[in-house]
Write a protein of this length. Sequence first.
Length: 141
Amino acid sequence: MVERFSPGLSAFWATLFMMFIVVTQRPLFTFFKGQSNFGASFKEGFVDLAEGFVAGARNMIGIGVATAAAGIVVGVVTLTGIGLVMTDFVEFISGGNIILMLMFTAVISLILGMGLPTTANYIVVSTLMAPVIVTLGAQEG
């Protein structure tokens, strides 16, 4: 926030510094404890880093699958045109009332959430309904 980096650049530097901290944590402990096996502690630091990479990759599998499912659903909804019908229907039924539109959006999110993981449901509903809600909110002032 101080340097006003973009979110992507901030995440890059945070990841790089965390890698540095993981590798140097054990050698610093051995230094301050007065022990002399720095080579082994550096090796343990790199082992911890490799294990962290493996754990991170395993944890990202679920998010990757959810994002892929969301992409498939968004593609089907976009290609068939049901997304426009659904947003037009919600806009028509709400009659320009933003509270009703938000309630209908919540119902759509609940219905889609029955068959999609949470992350995929968020991506689908935000892709479909956000432009309509923003437009209606801009009209209401």
